[in-house]
Write a protein that binds this ligand. Structure first.
Ligand code: GLY
Length: 356
């Protein structure tokens, strides 16, 4: 699989990852390597990486608790302190081995410790492979508000080896699949159609699909690295999806919702709004709902929770001058950003989702 060249980074695939990593380590002049893991990737992924790394550098492993609830500034403080105690200097390298929480948080740590040190992302979840580890977005949540604090700065390289997925639970695979569907919906109808018929897809196709998703994302990010315009397309499904995810994060009595599961709901609701406001056809709306609900179980959103979820929209990072701005679809494969949507229509989108 051909490497994908981004603005300041390169994404490598399969076994080439380790050739690239080892050659980078050989040529670079680092003082020490820190590998950031959570307890899951420590158990299931670290041995594979260690069996492939060839380096003379001292290597330390820093482990954190897994899960979105640990993606916060307190966890960062713990890691900054650990780095200081272990005498990490500006020539240190951080390797983030994990899912989106590890790559987002580890990237943020690297960008801020001593005002910035090099880092490499090795995503171990499908979500991180196709989205989180590519494009340089780093950061942490602020309370229940997703990714409120962070910076955009690309890693030295991203290494995508699907062997890490062999121990990933099915719901985590589905969570990543939501972002792949999004890539088709915003940019590429052919890719959407391929993904739509999961029964025709073999596991061997996964490498190719991941490569296609990264190509789609990379093309957008190269053109608009700091999200002034078309990078906003990547937020399709995320305006309502993030609000739903934030709401469920702070209501432990409700079912636990993975990022992709919330985005799947958001994509159906925002497709409904697209049909009402733009030119998305009813057939396409139905198709989108059918494909998404074939993979993701319907979420039972209590109507009495709708207002609380809508109140969270005020914190969306795309908002400008107090306006909540959505990314919508003119058609499958063609997105539009900066769309304003009335509260009435948002309520109708909840009703539409509920009716499916
Ligand atoms: N996850 C959306 C982006 O990277 O812009």
């Amino acid at each position: 699989m051909k490497p994908i060249v981004s603005k300041d980074s390169i994404v490598y695939f399969g076994q080439e990852c380790y050739t690239a990593l080892n050659s980078y380590l050989e040529k670079s002049n680092h003082s020490k390597i820190f590998i950031l893991v959570d307890s899951n990737t420590h158990e299931y992924c670290l041995s594979l990486l260690m069996s492939k790394i060839e380096t003379e550098y001292d290597t330390e492993v820093i482990e954190i608790e897994p899960g979105e609830i640990h993606k916060n500034i307190e966890t960062c403080s713990g890691i900054w302190n650990a780095l200081a105690e272990l005498q990490a200097d500006r020539k240190s390298l951080i390797i983030n081995l994990g899912g989106g929480v590890i790559t987002d948080l580890g990237g943020f740590i690297a960008c801020t410790y001593k005002r910035g040190i090099n880092y490499i992302n090795i995503p171990t979840s499908l979500l991180a492979m196709v989205d989180a580890s590519v494009g340089g977005k780093t950061g942490v949540d602020l309370g229940n508000l997703k990714n409120m604090v962070g910076v955009i700065s690309e890693s030295e390289m991203v290494l995508i080896d699907t062997e890490y997925l062999s121990t990933l639970p099915v719901n985590q695979m589905c969570s990543g699949f939501a972002e792949m569907l999004k890539h088709g919906l915003i940019q590429d109808i052919g890719y959407w159609e391929k993904l739509s018929d999961l029964s025709q897809l073999e596991l061997d196709d996964l490498n190719q699909m991941i490569h296609e998703s990264v190509m789609i994302k990379n093309k957008i990010v190269i053109e608009d690295p700091t999200e002034q315009n078309i990078r906003k397309y990547l937020n399709f499904g995320h305006t309502l999806g993030h609000a739903i995810e934030s709401f469920y994060l702070t209501h432990p009595e409700k079912p636990t919702l993975l990022h992709g599961e919330a985005i799947a709901v958001g994509m159906i609701m925002e497709s409904y709004i697209s049909k009402e406001l733009l030119s998305l056809t009813n057939n396409d709306l139905q198709d989108i709902g059918d494909v998404i609900l074939a993979t993701f179980p319907k979420l039972d959103i209590d109507p009495s929770d709708r207002q609380d979820i809508m109140n969270l929209l005020i914190h969306d990072k795309k908002n400008e001058n107090g306006n909540i701005l959505f990314v919508l679809l003119n058609a499958i494969g063609e997105a539009k950003y900066n769309c304003t949507v009335s509260n009435d229509l948002i309520v109708k989108s909840f009703e539409y989702y509920d009716s499916l």
